[in-house]
Every structure is written in C-alpha cells, then in structure tokens.
Design a protein around this ligand. Structure first.
Ligand code: NAD
Ligand code: DAU
Length: 353
C-alpha cells in the first residue's frame, strides 16, 4: 500500500463484544486510517460499547445487514475499502441449537456477500486483504490431551461451529479459486468488558449480583481456554498488519479451565467484591441439563503466532477476571439495558427444562 494514503478499513460486527474492542483499538491507534464499522445492531450489538469514540474523525458507523447483498455491494462500491476485518456473526452456541438457520444466514451467506464485494475491490487493489475472525470451535472437541494446531482437521459439532467452519472454507475457497488475498484466525473463548451476558462469565457475574442460580451444564467437567478480549484485539491488529496472506493463525490464552473450577474461582472473587462470606456465591451453583453436542475440551496451540509475530497474552486470568468483574459492577446501566427486551424471553425458554 502507498504511504500516506489513508487506509480505509471495514470492520464488521464492531458494535459487538470483540468487535468493539477492535474498533476502539484501531480508531485510537491509527489516526490516519478511516475506520468504518458496519453492524446490524442485533440483540448482541450495542453502540453504547463505542460511546467514547463515536465522535472521532477517523470513525464512521453504518447500520446494515451483511445478508443483504445489494446493500453490501453498494457500501463497498461507495467506499473502496482497502481491507475488511470480518467479525459480524451470530456467536452463541445455545442459540444456534434452537435457531440454526439464522446462523447459516449471517455466518455463511453474510460472509459470502462480503467475499463477493471484496473480490470487486481486490481486482484493482493488489494490497486488498480480507481478514476473517473465526473460532477454535471449528476443530471440534479434544480429548483429555493435545492441542488444536493450524493443521488440525475441521470437525465442527454445533450448528454455530458448522456455520463458522463453512465460512472459513468459503474464505479459503475464494483465495484458491479467485485469488482473493485473505487471512483467517481461530481464537479460543474470550472474556472481558462488553460481553453480552448470555456467555458463561458475564452470565454468572450478573446472576451472582442478582442472587440467581448459576446453571452449570452437565457435570461441569468441560474445559475451555480463556483469553482476555483486549489480548485478542491486539492479536487481530498484529495479524492484520503483519500476518502472511493465505495463512491461518490460532490465538489462545494458554489458560485452560474446567467450567466448574472457573465457576468456583468466579464465586470466590465475587464474594470478595460483594463483601460476602466466602462460600456464599458457590451455593448458587446448580447443575442443569447438558448442552446437546457439548464439546468436551478446547485447547489452542498458539505457538505459530507467538514464533512468527511475537504475540503472547499479556493479561493473567486472575487479573483479567478482576477487571471484568469491576467493569460489570461499574456498568450496571449497560447490563440493565442489554438484559431488557428479548433477553428475558430467551432465558425463560432456555431454562424452562
Ligand atoms: P457478538 O455476538 O458479541 O457480536 C456480533 C456482532 O455482529 C454484533 O454487534 C451484531 O449486531 C453483529 N451482527 C450480527 N449479525 C449481523 C448481520 N447480519 N449483519 C451485520 N452485523 C451483524 O460476537 P463476539 O463474541 O464479539 O464475536 C465476534 C466474532 O468473533 C464472531 O465472528 C465470532 O464467531 C468470533 N469469535 C468469538 C469468540 C468469543 O469467545 N466470543 C471467540 C473466537 C471467535
Ligand atoms: O471457543 C470460542 C467460542 O467460545 C466462540 O467461538 C463462541 O462465539 C463463544 O460463544 C464461546 O463458545 P462457548 O460455547 O465455549 O461459550 P459459552 O460461554 O456459551 O460456554 C462456555 C462453557 O460453559 C461451555 O462449556 C458451556 C458452559 N456453560 C455455558 C453457559 C452459558 C454452562 O455450563 N452454563 C451456561 O449457562
């Protein structure tokens, strides 16, 4: 890319959890870029996540749906982006079990619309890059040992992970078939500020604050690898700027926790924060019916991004959890806002059984 020409970057899903951290980082760090945030503002997207940067001169927001082909084509034709960082998605596994089609629409069809529009721009811009933010869930489940590497075969088990695997395949296929320059990264479980309280950590923080049960699926012996969201945003920045085109990078926290152990740690930290007697929050733990097709264990081997790009997580889990807990305490209004509306209906249905 020519020097001093402002980079026009489209970030999709920038009003969501990870996207908002990526948008904020790029807007703050790259004043010479033009950052366009495209988001449909579904239940998971919230412009309050970006209140602090909405007036910045290098930032614009466009409300729109990536499943609408004409809208996407027009947006690309009008803006001539140099690159796309694609995060917009339906992201919650439980929702994918009750409504798989929404996941096919947004995650597969929406991604293919963006790929088609990108192809047009890549024809006249050899530096164009399509960067797809994906998940470790595409690899399926590990047993007690081993790690996912970039060479692990895809073996998705949930409608969510099947839709993300499919979108990854389309991205790669557009690279092979049409020569579209792309990068994919597959990351482990993120946590931190602004995460919608349907995912394990913010749901349990919210429930402890409200003295509600903590629904642990099955026996709680399922393992996830947790990464603080700002470390993921840092990885995305690095991969976008320094990653090799047509490559895949695994991003993870080297930080495996069984759900039940993580829940107990969270309970202890929350008891301290709430000045409650130790053990109070643990009494809220309730074992509930398991998630169908529940993957036993995820663990990322992040040595490629570490060795090639020098990335490693910078926030320890205890530090990150404390920051997260404090953020939810300081942002009760945000919590109240996002948990009104369809959220309550969803949870009534989810936990009826
Ligand atoms: P999120 O659900 O918090 O945010 C998704 C965003 O996409 C929301 O702002 C939503 O409004 C927007 N969106 C949804 N459908 C859209 C559509 N049709 N058109 C335009 N915008 C739409 O998700 P997240 O947790 O921030 O995840 C972001 C991306 O990272 C996803 O692609 C997800 O698969 C991937 N990922 C997430 C994690 C994680 O732990 N959360 C880990 C690895 C990868
Ligand atoms: O691994 C990356 C993925 O992590 C991302 O691609 C997804 O977008 C993201 O949602 C996340 O998926 P998980 O299914 O792992 O996250 P979730 O927070 O839903 O669940 C984490 C673990 O906790 C999982 O084993 C299921 C369990 N769980 C979850 C909830 C919401 C419970 O036991 N009880 C719950 O109420």
């Amino acid at each position: 890319m020519e020097k001093n020409v402002p980079k026009k970057i489209l970030i999709t899903g920038g009003a969501g959890f990870i996207g908002s951290h990526v948008v904020r980082r790029f807007v703050a760090k790259y004043s010479n870029y033009k950052i366009c945030n495209l988001d449909a503002l579904t239940y998971a997207g919230n412009l309050e996540n970006l209140k602090d940067i909405e007036q910045e001169p290098n930032y614009t927001f466009v409300k729109g749906d990536i499943t609408e082909q004409d809208f996407v084509n027009n947006l690309f034709a009008q803006n001539l982006f140099d690159g796309v960082i694609h995060l917009a998605a339906e992201s919650h596994v439980d929702r994918s079990i009750t409504d798989p089609l929404s996941f096919v629409k947004t995650n597969v069809l929406g991604t293919v619309n963006l790929l088609n529009a990108s192809l047009e721009l890549a024809k006249s811009n050899p530096n164009f890059l399509f960067y797809h933010i994906s998940t470790d869930e595409v690899y399926g489940s590990l047993g007690k040992d081993g790690f996912f590497t970039e060479k692990t075969a895809y073996n998705p088990n949930s409608p969510y992970s099947a839709s993300k695997a499919s979108s990854d395949h389309f991205v790669r296929a557009y690279g092979e078939t049409y020569g579209l320059p792309y990068i994919i990264s597959n990351c482990s479980n993120n946590y931190g500020p602004n995460q919608f309280p349907e995912k394990l950590i913010p749901l349990f923080i919210n429930n402890i604050i409200q003295n509600k049960p903590l629904p642990v699926y099955g026996d709680g012996n399922y393992t996830r690898d947790w990464l603080y969201v700002k470390d993921h945003a840092r990885a995305i920045d690095l991969i976008f700027h320094k990653g090799q085109k047509r490559e895949t990078y695994n991003v993870g926290g080297f930080n495996e926790w069984k759900n039940i152990e993580l829940t107990k740690l969270l309970c202890r930290l929350m008891d301290k924060k709430l000045d409650r007697e130790e053990g109070t929050s643990e009494k809220l733990i309730t074992f509930v019916k398991d998630r169908p097709g529940h993957d036993l264990r995820y663990a990322i081997d992040a040595s490629k991004i570490n060795q090639e790009l020098g990335w490693e997580p910078s926030v320890t889990f205890e530090e990150g959890l404390k920051k997260t807990i404090y953020w939810y305490f300081d942002n009760q209004e945000w919590l109240n806002h996002v948990t009104s509306g369809d959220y309550l209906e969803y949870y009534k249905k989810q936990y009826q059984a």
